[in-house]
Write a protein that binds this ligand. Structure first.
Ligand SMILES: *Cc1c(COP(=O)(O)O)cnc(C)c1O
Length: 387
């Protein structure tokens, strides 16, 4: 009898140990059919009809992610944004939702434009403050609380368990964008969240070669049934090849995330108090505002994401930060995060007016290169920018 694959490392390394029944292949085939044969008596006993609604290419990656998150069901989407917006599109005009002031910029933009014009009552609050959450919740009216932790680009930490309790007390659902924490470091459902969202584009896939998203639910309910319809009807459906690549990427999830966390911790400690760095924002630093909450709800590390604020040079902090990014060679100037290669980005330029990112801030996505190379590259770029 085969041993049960219970530990997360084993689940992801073997992708649940599934073997293709027909060929005995260890690695699954790529299913590309858009449509499925109907039985002669007009039934669809296979359960498959049309690939916009469902695709065998999703079965295994959805099952792996569902096992890692401890969920009832997981759905893949064509992007992180398609997954996140499905959660809001499954609500009704007039519903009140709370979202953080500090959050993934494109989703915040969508909420304050499309979601608001569609009739959602969106309120942005300081999600790191339990008192602010409590004060903003409207019993019977608030349907959803959206949390991102740690949150772009300041790595603000939200207490998932406390927020879930407060949301549930007024009958609201709690959804967590756990892209940065990954299932390796945090299991939001076990802490009381109802939904977990990932930009699978980032750590889950981990190789900067596809766009994908996911939602995992703790239970079946009316809202989840609407989310399923949003995917099937609006067509934010992942491609078969992307689903296959994502499954391959997830096999090394734990190795990659642990390597990135260990290096990020070293980099944060190295540049904390550095003469050319004004501040290091990283949940793994004991002096960081959200450190205690992060330590309680994250295990095995504090993530691969941090930001540094560059001390002003002769031309100010913004010019110094942009000059540092211009001088790095190993850290690549690019948006996104969670790949094997380290990325650096001046967020205020990307986000524009209304951004919570200070102009001297650089966002760093730590990859899995040698940490000494990453530190040396930042050191030379800082020295050059301040020369
Ligand atoms: C990238 C990202 C998203 C959006 O995902 P896409 O796949 O780019 O649509 C949402 N949330 C966070 C935290 C992200 O980093």
């Amino acid at each position: 009898m085969a041993a049960k694959t219970t530990r997360p490392e084993t689940i992801s390394a073997q992708a649940l140990g599934w073997i293709d029944e027909q060929t005995r292949a260890i690695t699954p085939p790529i299913h590309v059919s858009s449509t499925y044969l109907r039985d002669p008596d007009n039934q669809y006993r296979s359960g498959r009809v049309y690939a916009r609604a469902d695709n065998p290419a999703f079965d295994q990656p959805e099952a792996v992610l569902n096992a890692l998150e401890g969920g009832h069901q997981t759905l893949l989407f064509a992007s992180g944004m398609a997954a996140a917006t499905a959660v809001f599109q499954a609500l009704q005009p007039g519903d009140h939702v709370l979202a953080p002031q500090v959050m993934y910029w494109s989703l915040r933009n969508w909420l304050m434009s499309f979601a608001v014009s569609w009739g959602l009552d969106v309120e942005l609050i300081d999600m790191a403050s339990p008192a602010a959450v409590q004060a903003a919740l409207r019993p019977g009216l608030t349907r959803l609380v959206w949390v991102e932790t740690p949150a772009n680009p300041l790595w603000t930490v939200t207490d998932i368990a406390a927020t879930a309790q407060a949301a549930h007390a007024v009958g609201a659902l709690l959804a967590v964008d756990s892209t940065v924490a990954t299932p390796v470091l945090t299991q939001p459902l076990a802490l009381g969240a109802d939904l977990v969202m990932h930009a699978a584009t980032k750590y889950l896939n981990g190789h900067s070669d596809l766009i994908a998203g996911s939602l995992t639910t703790r239970s079946d309910n009316a809202h989840w049934q609407k989310v399923r319809k949003v995917r099937a009807q609006l067509g934010g459906t992942l491609g078969s090849f992307e689903a296959w690549l994502l499954l391959r990427g997830m096999r090394t999830l734990h190795l990659r995330v642990r390597a990135a966390c260990a290096s990020a911790q070293r980099i944060a400690e190295h540049f904390n108090g550095h003469p050319l760095v004004a501040e290091v924002l990283y949940p793994g630093l004991p002096g960081f505002v959200g450190h205690d909450v992060a330590r309680a709800q994250m295990s095995g590390g504090f993530g691969g994401m941090m930001s540094i604020r560059v001390k002003a040079g002769r031309h100010g902090g913004e010019a110094a930060a942009i000059a540092v990014a211009a001088q790095t060679a190993i850290w690549k100037r690019a948006t996104s995060l969670g790949g094997t290669e380290s990325l650096i980005e001046h967020r205020a330029s990307v986000e524009g007016p209304g951004t919570p990112a200070p102009v001297d801030l650089l966002r760093l996505s730590t990859g899995i290169e040698h940490v000494d190379d990453l530190i040396a590259d930042l050191e030379q770029a800082l020295a050059h920018a301040h020369a």
